[in-house]
Design a protein around this ligand. Structure first.
Ligand code: UD1
Length: 420
């Protein structure tokens, strides 16, 4: 299996363009199924999860090609069959095909979606909300069958907790439903907003975009139009390189980074002693040799500090000055990166499954470590940049799920990194 070899000790310097957002591109590609016309989805990242979504769309009968700086999807003929295989079971985002296929075909049979092992990741919120909209679920040979014998109808959906995926699934089911839908407790994440903007550009009627209350006017009996849409830059990838800069005392420009979506992250960067200047080109970050640790850091739904950035922040803190209490409130298994970091010399105390105490040490030492999930894997690459000597990160397939080419990007910033 591939691994990434890093010779540590270099401060990141220079500029790096930020790829399109994975978590925005995937539901937008699924949403293209609601139209019968061609959409061009520009700025899609060339990553494993997007390739999986493309292959799922092709299996469903869509014509899909990479061109004009984006993906053209023509969902003229869609086979309303069964969805199975590794692309479904290996990727959490395949779940948004549930809402999309229900809208398009009225029924769907699919294997249970997988994804990174960062927690239990139940799907109850999706099921309960869609049931309220007239969908009937059953299990068939360990597959999920969803049907809407009387059609999908609008409903008042009240989410007891914020779920990005469940909000997206309800949106996808609601835009072509009979009657109106209100989603209270909707996720406000920028990726949900991007999905709303794509659907609106296809003719869907959605109010309250970017707020916790979305109002959708169902357009039953109508079809949506195709659209030309550009996926926003990936705030998590931008944040990864931002923490790489903080971790190595660097000086970099994150070209095209979506600064308006990164307020909580930029606040933490500034608490850690970095200056983050927003320019027309992107975010210009200058970091001190060793970061200061803020007393605490807590993940939260948007606009709070993203759970997807927690492993990178934790890693950058390991060689800072002071102590930081990190609390993970979204996924219960996001501290898997602690063990390899401790092997590299970090001082991190696990207080309970949701909280760790990081105590800054003078340095990390290079080691052979293994990525066990996407963001934790990227964090280990950052640890390699910080460490003395060589670090080898295996399990690169996880990192490839979300980064077009993390080695190329880091090399552009002067790091000594190769994929072997
Ligand atoms: C999405 C992102 C992921 C990000 C997460 C939170 C994609 C492809 N992935 O994941 O990178 O970390 O949002 O910002 O966009 N939950 C339930 N029942 C459900 C659904 C969720 O209890 O039916 C819980 C989850 O276990 C978790 C929390 O709700 O504790 C948030 O999960 P959710 O927002 O749904 O995450 P995803 O959409 O899977």
């Amino acid at each position: 299996m591939d691994s990434i070899h890093i010779q540590g000790g270099v401060s990141l310097q220079g500029k790096v363009p930020i790829q399109g957002s994975k978590n925005a591109a995937l539901p937008i590609l699924a949403a293209s199924l609601l139209t019968k016309e061609t959409s061009c989805i520009r700025n899609c990242p060339r990553i494993a999860d997007v390739y999986r979504m493309v292959s799922l769309l092709k299996n469903l009968g869509c014509k899909v090609s990479w061109e004009d700086g984006g993906i053209r999807v023509s969902p003229v003929h869609v086979c309303c069959g069964e969805m199975r295989g590794e692309a479904i079971t290996g990727m959490r985002s395949s779940l948004c095909l549930l809402g999309a296929m229900l809208s398009r075909c009225g029924e769907v049979v699919m294997e249970y979606p997988g994804g990174c092992v960062i927690g239990e990741r139940p799907i109850d919120l999706h099921l309960v909300a869609l049931e309220k909209m007239g969908v009937v679920f059953s299990e068939e040979n360990e597959r999920l069958r969803a049907a809407s014998p009387e059609g999908i109808h609008g409903a008042e959906i009240i989410f007891p907790m914020v779920s990005v995926g469940a909000t997206e699934n309800v949106l996808l089911a609601a835009v072509l439903a009979e009657g109106d839908t209100v989603i209270r407790g909707a996720a406000k994440e920028p990726e949900v907003t991007a999905l709303c903007h794509y659907l609106q550009s296809c003719g869907a009627v959605i109010e309250g975009v970017g707020t916790g209350e979305l109002r959708i006017t169902g357009r039953s009996g109508k079809v949506l139009e195709g659209a030309d849409f550009t996926v926003p830059a990936d705030r998590i990838v931008a944040g990864t390189y931002l923490f790489g800069c903080i971790a190595t005392g660097g000086n970099i420009l994150l070209e095209g980074a979506p600064f308006d979506q990164m307020e909580a992250v930029l606040r933490v960067a500034e608490q850690m002693g970095s200056s983050c200047d927003v320019t027309r080109e992107g975010i210009y970050v200058q970091s001190p040799k060793r970061p200061k640790l803020p007393p605490s850091l807590r993940t939260a739904p948007y606009p709070g500090f993203p759970t997807d950035m927690q492993s990178m922040a934790l890693t950058a803190m390991t060689t800072g000055v002071g102590h930081c209490l990190i609390e993970e409130t979204i996924f219960e298994n996001r501290f898997r990166v602690v063990e390899p970091l401790v092997e590299m010399g970090a001082d991190i105390e696990i207080l309970d499954p949701a909280r760790v105490l990081v105590k800054g040490v003078a340095r990390l030492n290079g080691k052979a470590v293994e990525a066990m999930e996407l963001r934790g894997g990227a964090a280990l690459v950052l640890a390699g940049l910080m460490a003395e000597g060589q670090t080898q990160v295996s399990g690169v397939a996880y990192i490839d799920r979300g980064y077009e080419n993390i080695c190329r990007d880091l090399r552009e910033l002067g790091a000594r990194v190769v994929s072997v």
